[in-house]
Design a protein around this ligand. Structure first.
Ligand SMILES: CC(C)(COP(=O)(O)OP(=O)(O)OC[C@H]1O[C@@H](n2cnc3c(N)ncnc32)[C@H](O)[C@@H]1OP(=O)(O)O)[C@@H](O)C(=O)NCCC(=O)NCCS
Length: 148
């Protein structure tokens, strides 16, 4: 299984939409993906033989801060290290751009993603009450990357 992490290309749109639909219970995944593509400053995908199996989108918050705005791996490909590879590459890119801090929001119930973020050194900064449209709260997590 040869995984290539590369930049998003418009021909990936259909795969991306499918991954997003499967990963998040959004009523309008096409709109969500449109938002990532419009506001995302970096958009990386994991490509296996020309098919996209995961993606990570980040944006610039300000000169020193970046944010992970969406991140998902296709269900059948989870638990194989693809998410970790994407997260590592996204952090490296933000560090190269001079960011000192990375933010993200995650559902309080999403323990799997939280475990992954903690493994990379992210810490919970605070709770954002009723952050999502279904009423669930989020953790605002952050990673300081000023050590290099
Ligand atoms: C979060 C997500 C992107 C991780 O992607 P992934 O490719 O599964 O990640 P990895 O294979 O690198 O695994 C990372 C860790 O997650 C856990 N994990 C991943 N898949 C798992 C599975 N099928 N069963 C149990 N644990 C699993 C493990 O702790 C693993 O770390 P370890 O291998 O050191 O034990 C993926 O689970 C996903 O798309 N989730 C739905 C969308 C989502 O929640 N996105 C984040 C929103 S903030």
């Amino acid at each position: 299984m040869q995984i290539v992490v590369r930049e998003y290309n418009t021909k990936d749109f259909k795969d991306l939409l499918e991954i997003d639909k499967e990963a998040f219970s959004s009523r309008n995944p096409a709109y969500d993906v449109y938002i990532y593509l419009t506001f995302g400053s970096d958009f990386l995908v994991a490509d296996i033989g020309g098919k996209i199996v995961g993606y990570i989108a980040t944006m610039d918050v300000d000169k020193n801060t970046g944010k992970i705005i969406s991140f998902a791996v296709k269900k059948e490909f989870r638990g194989k290290g693809i998410g970790s590879t994407l997260l590592k590459r996204a952090i490296e890119r933000l560090r190269t751009k001079g960011k000192k801090k990375i933010l993200l929001e995650v559902r309080v119930s999403n323990l799997q993603a939280q475990r992954l973020y903690k493994k990379f050194g992210f810490r919970i900064e605070k709770v954002l009450p009723s952050y999502y449209s279904d009423g669930e709260s989020a953790y605002l997590m952050s990673l300081e990357i000023n050590e290099q």
